[in-house]
Structures are given as structure tokens and as C-alpha cells.
Design a protein around this ligand. Sequence first.
Ligand SMILES: [Zn+2]
Length: 584
Amino acid sequence: MALFPPSFIDDLRARADIVQVVQDYVPLKKAGNTWKGLCPFHGEKTPSFTVNPDKGFFYCFGCQAGGDVFKFVELQEKLGFPDAVRLLANKFGMAVPESSGGEDGGDAQEREALLKVHEVASRRFAEQLAGPAGTRARQQLSARGMARETIERLGLGYALPSRDALKAWLVKEGFEPRLLLRSGLVVERETGEIVDRFRGRLMIPICRDSGSVVAFGGRAMEADQQPKYLNSPETPVYSKGRTLYGLNLTKADIRRLGYAVLVEGYFDFAQALQAGVVAVVASCGTALTAQQSHLLRRFASRVVLSYDPDAAGQGAAERSSLLLVAEGFQVNVALLPPGDDPDGFIRKQGVGPYVELIRSSRPYLEYLIDRAAEGRDFGQDETRREFLNRMLPIAAQIPDAASRDQFGDRLAHKARITEDVVRAEIRKAAVDRKPALTARELPSFGQIRPAERGLIWGLFQDEGAAEALAALEDADLETLLTRRILEVARGLHREGVVDVPSALLARLNVEEARLVTGIAAMPSGPAPPQECVATLRRLRFERERTELQRQIDRLQSDGGSEAAIAALSRQKMELIRRIAQLSA
Ligand SMILES: [Zn+2]
């Protein structure tokens, strides 16, 4: 399962001195226990970027970037974790154990071979496009407005209209037919004959964000050729739901600008990129997956959807957009004229109007409200109720409270309902959907309780914090924004891990690591760990008491049995007693 043995990662972390690694990119000056310098992740004139070699993390007080030595390389070099590990291993002269032998070794070897065969096939397709056989394909691309430079940048190619030209070439290059079948570049007929999957098609290489070709999309060239797009199947190196088309080319710009323009198709991407919209990426499929959105989250927190308006409000496109909202992205929508896509629009209207469309994009949630409100008569109670009920599930997906309230106020305004009423309804809907409120995305300092901050700070600075954390029960953590972080830390301590801070950072995503290092870099903690534990326990008891009171009220108004009410009241009294004990 794990790509590298944990012991190797630990060894590498110990050897890869974070100060030395950072100093390859940023000059640092020693200041007490930490080192300071100008942040490489945001423009600044006075240093707010700190590195703590003892605890093995960096943190910027300006832009809140933070993490361990691997995270630093990931951010700085725009790499995923495995590639960051390889880079550091290389730098510090450690051999990378790609797998732990046995079966796994075979898998790793096969993956290498699959990457190789895709690389060779991709080169072959590109040569064919550039050669005499590719004349018509080149004409079609040129009719689509594709400049030669773009074609080369995307590595576009051409598959000959032949039964097995590619297969023959790849076999000649030394690839086994068995591997070719695994790659999906060829298919086995019922007769046992092996033929090319892609024939007479424009070939679009699909890459990982590191740039390796892992699959192809093949576009039909004839009107009667079916299907219009033929794609590689899922293979050990390619999972459609985890890949975003074009990210390998645009990730640096997306990170620099902090947003991504999300389009649907390959040619929407190509056209936008060629038009100079540098932060573009394509979903290449109907509905975005959670993995795709996590991938994008590594690079940006804002997304501009550039969809056909008919599609934007419904079905798969709406699901994708709401998924992004739920993942904490700030989502805007740039509406094209009905029936148009970015490819067609840019070709007809040119670059300027498209860029203007992106620039004047509006918040997606506002757009949803306006669209749902269209043609409704809010003079009637029933209409208002129905409208509100339609929008509540959407409101419940919004992960942070401030945006949720903002959405609520807009709803209230639109439907002429009192703001407080709408806010209360939304809060209720959001609580019913608790999983959306986990710590995974976007908690900002303001929303996190001092007791949570105290525990996290203590983990890094105070020996006793891990012990204190171990005393917390699952129910104590239940509604906390930092629940996942605290759970992971508690688990590590229980497993007997000695260096909990390092192991914790290695297991968190970029957002979580940023949050944790931000807290750890504070000069002092808000409260001692033991006190934080008591506070969280008390908050839990308060929650339980409120819930009991609610049940009691309900039983009383529904005429429930005296015995049941008495039992609940006793439970409530017990809780009150325990709360008093904790406060003493
Ligand atoms: Zn910074």
C-alpha cells in the first residue's frame, strides 16, 4: 500500500536537514532557535518565513505556508510527495526502495514498463502527425485554430488507420504483447488476435501532474467514426478519476495565481491555453471526483468554472460545482452563451472576450440562487418555503460558517424572508450533515478553539501534550474542526511513535500541515495541555446536556412517559455534576 517503507522516510527525514534544503532556495539567517528568511511562496520585503530545525518544520507568518521538509520540496518544486521523496533521496545520497520486494517489486517494474511504453507510443503518434501520413490530421487541427506551437506543447499525435501498426512498432521496440495488453494501447479480439485500440484518430496524450504520459484520448476524424472520443482504459498507471488534463503544463501558473479555470474538454483546454489563459485545467469527464478536487487543492483554492450555462446549472456539472464548494473552494462561474464551449467561443469571439468573461465571473452560489429564483413569485408563503427548501441542502454543503451566513443572507434577501430565520435553518441543515464539518479543509485560526490550538502547540513544544491527548475520548473530538489532526496525533502516540510532531506532519495534507505549523510556530500556547483536555471534555458534556434537554422538552410536549422524562433528567443532573467538577 505505502509507496515507500516508513523507516526509509524516517531515515531520509533525519538526514535531509531542513535548513540546508531550504537554503538551497532561500537565504536564511539564524534567529534564536529558528532561522528566518524571505518567503519563497509569496512576495515580501521583510522576512516572515521561519524554519525550525529542531522540530523539522517551516512556517510563513505572511502566507501561512507550512510543513515538513517533504512539504517544502513539494511546494517549491511543484511535485507530489513521491517525487519530492525521490528528489531529496537523490540530494542526500540515499537509494530509494521503490517497493519492498516480492509481488510489490513486480508491480513497480510493471508500472515503470507501462510508463515507458506510453512514452514511446506518444513519440510515435507525434512523429506520425508531423509526417506525410498526418497531413489530414494537421489540416483538421489547423482548422480548429491550433497553432503548431500548441500542438507540440500538448504533444498531440496521430494514430494510423491501420489494424496493428502501433502494435507492430511497439513489439519491434521490444515490448511484450502481454504488457501492451495491460497498457490498453491494444485490444484482444475474440479470435485471440491483438489489434490497435486507436485507429485513424487524433491522439491526445494524458499526463500525470509530474508530466509522464499515462493514457491517451483519441478523437474521431471522420463524421461517422464512433465514438467521437475513445479513451484509454484504467490501468495500473492511469485512473481517470484521479487525473486532471493539462495540470502538468499549468500547475505552476495555477499555484502562482491561486486559481484554476476549469473547462471540460481537451480542446477547451488547448484553446484556452493558446489564448493565454495560463491557469487552465480540464476535468475531461462528466462529473468531477473528490480525488480530482483534492489534486487541484494542492495548487489553488479558487476555481472559475467555464462551462456551457445549460450544463452549469444541472446534472453532472452541478454536482461537480457543488463538490468543489463542499471541498472549501471558492467557486466562480464564467457563463458562456448558451450552447457554446470555450473552444467554440474563443474561435468565434477571440481571446479578449474570453478573458473578459473569466475576469467578470461571478460567485457560483449567487448564480445558483438567482437561477432557482427565476420566475418565482415570492409574494406567496408557499413559494418562499419551497425555494428555501431547495436551497438548504446546497447551503449545508458550504464548509465555513461565514460563507454559509453570507449565502443565507442572500437567500433571505431574494425570497424576502428574515435573515435570522434563514441563518437558523441553514445552521440546522449544516449540523444534520456533520461530515462536511470535519477538519479536512480550510479551517482558519478564528474557527479553531483555543483548547485545540493549545493541544497542537503543546504537541510541538511541550512534552506532556501527547500524554494529555491520549486521555481524550472519541466523543470529545467529535465536532472539532481539528478532529482529524488530533486523532492522527493520538493514534501515533498510542502506537508508541517517539517523534510525534514529525510523524504527524508526514501524515497531514497541505492544508492541515499549514494549520498545524502555523500553530506550532506561535511563541506561546494559549493554555497548558491538561487544561485544554478539560475544556474539550466540558464542551462535550455541554453538548450532551443540550441534547438531553432537547429530548426532555420533546417528551414533555408530546406527553411522553413520566419515567422516561425522569430518567433523562437524572442523566442531565449527572452531566451537570461532572461539568461542575471539571470547572472546579
Ligand atoms: Zn509566505
